[in-house]
Design a binder for this molecule. Structure first.
Ligand code: F0G
Length: 459
C-alpha cells in the first residue's frame, strides 16, 4: 500500500472568480489614492487578498444549498432552531444569541456587564474586542505567557494565559473583574493556540475567585486541531470532541462565524447565565434584531449551521493548518523573520526585526504591507503600532511586536497562489533597505488602523 505525504486540498473547485492583474505603476497610484492605507484600496485592485481570513472564505456546495432552504420568518424561524441546535451540540451553552458578527456579540456582552473602571483579563484582546472593552471605560488587560510576546521563540501553546499573572490580577483587582476571557486561537499574538490544560487552569482560577469565564471562540476549530496534534494524550480524540471540552470549560463565548463558522457573515453569543442572557437579549433587540435572527437573514443562519459542522472535519483541518505551515516553512527557509511556530490562520512577519532602520513609531508594519502591495499586488495587514499603539489617554506606545499578518482565507487560494506569495515576500525582504517609514497624517481616535491616512517619510 502506498503512503502519501502530500496533503491535498480536500475539495474540488466548482465555481471560480477571476482575479485582476495590475501593473506596478497602477498599484503605486492606487495606494497613494488610498492614503497609503491598504484598508482604503478597492478590493478589485488587489491580486491576492490576505488582509483577513474573516468572512472571505469559500462556502461549500452544501452551504449554498442550505442557503436556499433559509426560512425568513421574523420570529421563530426554522433556520434559527437549526442554527441553535448545531451551536448547542458543539458548545453546550444554554442560551444561543445570534449576532451579525463577532464584534456585535462583544458589544452586547460588554455593554451589558461592564462598568467604568472594570478590568477584563484575556490572553490578548484583538482590535475590536479591546475597543469594545475600552468604550465602556474598562481596561482590556493582556496576560499572555511571556513566550507569547517573543516572535522567534518556539512554544507549542504560545497563546496560553499566564496563570500566575491572572491569579495576581484576580487577587488584587478581583472586585473589578466581571469576567475572564481567553481568545482561541490568539490572533494578536500570531494565531497561536491555547492548550486544554491552560484552559482548565483558567477555569480553576475562575472557580476559586467566582468569576465567569468566556471564550473568544472565533478560531476554536483551528485551536482544537493544535490541541489534537500537540497536546499529550489528545491525538486519539476528534477535533469536535476537543472543541466540546474547550467550550465545556467556559460559561459562555463570543463568536465570529466569519472565521471558523466558514461563513461570509454571522456570529453569536453563547451564555449559560439566565440573567446575563436576558440583559443581552434586550440589548440585541434594540440594535441587532429579534432573538431568533439577531441581525442575520434566515439563510445566513443556515450557512453558519452547516459551516460549523464542516469546520471540525479532520481532512479540512489537516489541510488548513498544513497550508499555513507550508508558507511559513518557505519564509523561514529564506531567512524572513516570522512568528514561530506557524499560526492557525496566518503567517505573521516580524516587521520590527526585518526593518530595524524603521523605528516602531514610523510603523515598520505599514512600510512592509505597502511594499508587498506595490511590488506584488498582495494585501496583508499591520498588527502593531498603528493597530495597538494608541493608548486610551491619547499617548503613543509601541506594543510588544510590530507584525505583518498574511491571513489565509479558508478554501480560497491554491498552492500556486501561496507559492507566488512566498516568492513575493522573499523578494520584498531582499529589498528591505529601500523601505521607508510613515507618519500618520490623519486618524480617528478609536480603531484608527481602518481609516487612518499616512504620509511616506523622506529617505
Ligand atoms: N475576536 C477575534 C480574535 C477576531 O480575530 C475578530 C475579528 C473578532 C473578535 C471580531 O469579529 O470581525 O466578526 O466582528 N478579526 C478579523 C481579523 C476582523 O481580521 O482578524 P468580527
Amino acid at each position: 500500500m502506498l503512503h502519501f505525504k502530500t496533503i491535498i486540498e480536500p475539495f474540488r473547485i466548482k465555481s471560480v472568480e477571476s482575479v485582476k492583474f495590475t501593473h506596478r505603476e497602477e498599484r503605486e497610484r492606487a495606494l497613494a489614492q488610498a492614503g497609503y492605507n491598504v484598508f482604503l484600496l478597492h478590493g478589485e485592485d488587489v491580486l491576492i487578498d490576505l488582509l483577513t481570513d474573516s468572512g472571505t472564505g469559500a462556502m461549500s456546495a452544501a452551504q449554498w444549498g442550505a442557503i436556499m432552504q433559509g426560512d425568513e420568518t421574523y420570529a421563530g424561524s426554522r433556520s434559527f432552531y437549526r442554527f441553535r441546535d448545531v451551536v448547542q451540540d458543539l458548545t453546550g451553552f444554554r442560551h444561543v444569541i445570534p449576532t451579525h458578527q463577532g464584534r456585535a456579540a462583544e458589544r452586547i456582552l460588554f455593554h451589558s456587564v461592564l462598568k467604568p473602571g472594570d478590568v477584563v483579563p484575556n490572553n490578548n484582546h484583538f482590535d475590536t474586542t479591546r475597543a469594545n472593552v475600552e468604550v465602556e471605560e474598562a481596561e482590556a488587560r493582556d496576560l499572555v505567557i511571556p513566550e507569547g510576546r517573543v516572535p522567534a521563540q518556539v512554544h507549542p501553546f504560545k497563546g496560553n494565559v499566564d496563570l500566575a499573572a491572572l491569579e495576581a490580577t484576580l487577587a488584587r483587582d478581583g472586585e473589578r473583574v466581571p469576567l475572564v476571557m481567553a481568545t482561541v486561537t490568539n490572533n494578536t499574538g500570531g494565531g497561536q493556540p491555547v492548550s486544554l490544560e491552560n484552559l482548565r487552569g483558567v477555569r480553576r482560577l475562575c472557580d476559586r475567585f467566582k468569576k465567569p469565564f468566556f471564550l473568544d471562540a472565533c478560531r476554536f476549530a483551528e485551536n482544537a486541531w493544535f490541541v489534537k496534534t500537540r497536546e499529550p494524550g489528545q491525538s486519539g480524540r476528534t477535533p469536535k470532541e476537543i472543541a466540546r471540552e474547550m467550550f465545556s470549560l467556559a460559561d459562555g463565548c463570543t463568536m465570529s462565524a466569519k472565521k471558523d463558522g466558514l461563513s461570509n457573515i454571522g456570529g453569536f453569543l453563547g451564555v449559560n447565565d439566565d440573567a446575563w442572557a436576558e440583559r443581552c437579549r434586550n440589548l440585541l433587540i434594540l440594535t441587532e434584531g429579534f432573538p431568533t435572527y439577531g441581525g442575520l437573514a434566515g439563510y445566513d443562519l443556515e450557512a453558519v449551521a452547516r459551516g460549523l459542522e464542516e469546520v471540525v472535519e479532520e481532512p479540512y483541518l489537516r489541510y488548513r493548518i498544513r497550508s499555513i505551515e507550508y508558507l511559513h516553512e518557505r519564509l523561514v527557509a529564506a531567512g524572513v523573520p516570522v512568528i514561530q511556530p506557524a499560526g492557525g490562520h496566518a503567517v505573521y512577519i516580524d516587521a520590527r526585526s526585518l526593518l530595524p532602520h524603521v523605528a516602531p513609531l514610523q510603523y515598520p508594519g505599514i512600510a512592509l504591507v505597502n511594499a508587498l502591495y506595490v511590488e506584488a499586488g498582495i494585501r496583508g495587514v499591520e498588527i502593531g503600532s498603528v493597530m495597538f499603539g494608541r493608548q486610551p489617554d491619547g499617548s503613543e506606545k509601541p506594543p510588544a511586536m510590530d507584525l505583518v499578518r498574511l491571513a489565509i482565507p479558508r478554501r480560497v487560494y491554491t498552492q500556486s497562489h501561496i507559492d507566488y506569495v512566498a516568492e513575493a515576500v522573499i523578494g520584498v525582504a531582499a529589498m528591505k533597505q529601500r523601505l521607508r517609514g510613515y507618519r500618520i497624517a490623519k486618524a480617528p481616535a478609536v480603531l484608527r488602523h481602518f481609516t487612518a491616512v499616512f504620509e511616506p517619510l523622506a529617505a
